[in-house]
Design a protein around this ligand. Structure first.
Ligand SMILES: Nc1ncnc2c1ncn2[C@@H]1O[C@H](COP(=O)(O)OP(=O)(O)OP(=O)(O)O)[C@@H](O)[C@H]1O
Ligand SMILES: [Mg+2]
Length: 449
């Protein structure tokens, strides 16, 4: 796997040396320093850093001589030289000797950062993943871990057998994606895929929503309406978050699964149910059964075939492929054009624990892509984003009003997009006029204006 960013700093000003060292360590870089040319050259040869920051005026061998030695020995390290204004001649020479860029003293840390980011994005392709947007296919399950390969196999096996499937996995692991893959790889791919979120069922509308109704069967039933079970035809009925189904509704679903036929509300004609049922849960149904919170008979009926999707932290080898795929996806939705992801950034993703799994990875990547100022997903941006808490859990925040949370979130997105309304509206999945109205209603203002 890729090396983390290593920097060697060579300067005889010890104060500057120390503050730069602290600064880069804080950023998570590996840093080594030397206060003279000889020691600096040795360090660079020994550590082979990606970046060296070298003062041109040094005791012993000068910065120029150091550059010359690096060039002679073919050491590939991007050097940023530090010069004084009056040293124009030597600066030109340094660039001729292969220095990547130069900075004048006193050092402007933001400029130095920008130069280093540029130098890092200049690393050869072997040290970064190249993103090519062509050939992107939506709803692809990406991964190369043993666990995912097993899931690919099961999807293949179940393509011809229409058994009920229970998909279990933590939030954001890709349960719905797998359910869709099961459907779209089956011989019923041309039939409907109907999703029903069991946590969002409005109870008194349930029967009519699921079974449909005949005209005039109750007040408001002005026309005959097909329910989800009927619309599913011979396709797939996806019962998402099945654990959230209240106990008495569990009984109804169980009866229907046993009989595999139903009547519209107010109707007396039996309608056959031919679709495959796929259920998903992010809670341990077995445990819920033992605690009396889920019906055992329904559990066994659903669990004819079970697919467990392991959390991302247990299959980290999937991360490089996922990052590449998701960046392509985000390039499309945000209109950005990230072309390179340094392996150092990938390594940071691998180190992270991902409690929110692939959905969290996708969110962090969206922010990183939106924040990027060039075509590279710099490690520095990634480090900063991973440091921020992803899901604010403090009770104080939970007690805020909906409009406060909405205002906070919209401001956050707007700041990331530098108040590009079109881009922010795309990310928020609302129209531009809606966003403009919200900005007005919530009194949002660009920071600093
Ligand atoms: N292996 C994968 N390859 C590519 N994208 C993936 C993969 N797994 C998940 N995703 C993406 O991550 C996001 C979350 O996936 P999905 O909605 O299927 O998760 P889920 O398990 O249903 O989550 P929840 O329990 O929160 O409903 C989606 O955008 C999905 O496309
Ligand atoms: Mg889901």
């Amino acid at each position: 796997m890729a090396k983390r960013v290593e920097i060697v700093i060579v300067d005889d000003n010890l104060e500057l040396l120390e503050s730069l060292e602290l600064y880069f360590r804080e950023k998570g870089y590996g840093v080594a320093t030397a206060d003279n040319g000889e020691a600096g050259l040795l360090l660079i040869k020994e550590r082979q850093p990606q970046i060296a920051i070298v003062d041109l005026r040094l005791p012993g061998i000068s910065g120029l001589e150091l550059l010359q030695a690096l060039k002679l020995e073919g050491i590939e390290c991007r050097t940023v030289v530090i010069t004084a204004y009056q040293e124009m001649e030597t600066t030109v020479q340094a660039i001729k000797l292969g220095a990547f860029d130069y900075l004048h003293k006193p050092i402007d840390i933001d400029l130095l950062d920008a130069v280093i980011d540029k130098a890092l994005s200049d690393i050869p392709e072997t040290e970064s993943i190249k993103v090519v947007d062509e050939g992107f296919k939506e709803n692809t399950i990406v991964g190369r871990s043993h666990e995912l390969k097993e899931i690919f196999k099961i999807i293949g096996l179940l393509s011809e057998v229409k058994t009920t499937v229970l998909i279990a996995g933590e939030s954001g692991t890709g349960k719905e994606l797998v359910a869709r893959a099961l459907h779209f790889h089956s011989s019923s791919a041309g039939e409907p895929f109907i999703a029903l979120n069991c946590s969002a069922i409005v109870e008194n509308l349930l029967e009519s929503e699921l079974f449909g109704h005949e005209q005039g069967s109750f007040t408001g039933a002005v026309a005959t309406k097909k329910g989800k079970f009927e619309i599913a035809g011979s396709g797939t009925l996806f019962l998402d978050e099945i654990s959230e189904l209240p106990l008495h509704l569990q009984a109804k679903i169980l009866r229907f699964m046993q009989e595999r036929e139903f009547e519209r509300v107010g109707g007396n004609r039996k309608i056959k149910f031919n679709a495959r049922i796929i259920a998903a849960t992010n809670r341990d149904l077995g445990q819920m059964v033992s605690q009396g919170e889920f019906r055992e008979d329904l559990y066994f009926r659903l669990k004819v075939f079970e697919i467990d999707i392991p959390p991302l932290r247990k299959r980290k080898e999937d991360i490089p492929l996922l990052v590449e795929y998701l960046v392509k996806k985000i390039n499309r939705t945000t209109g950005k054009k990230i072309r390179r992801i340094p392996m150092a950034a990938i390594e940071r993703f691998i180190e992270h624990d991902w409690p929110g799994n692939i959905r969290e990875l996708e969110n962090v990547l969206t922010r990183a892509v939106v924040l990027s100022k060039d075509d590279c997903l710099h490690e520095t941006n990634v480090v900063n984003l991973l440091r921020q808490p992803q899901t604010p859990q403090s009770p104080a925040l939970q007690l805020k009003s909906l409009s406060e949370i909405e205002a906070q979130h919209i401001s956050h997105v707007l700041d990331y997009c530098q108040w590009n309304i079109s881009q922010a509206a795309r990310i928020l999945e609302i129209t531009r006029p809606t966003l403009r109205n919200k900005i007005k209603a919530l009194n949002l203002a660009c920071e600093g204006s």
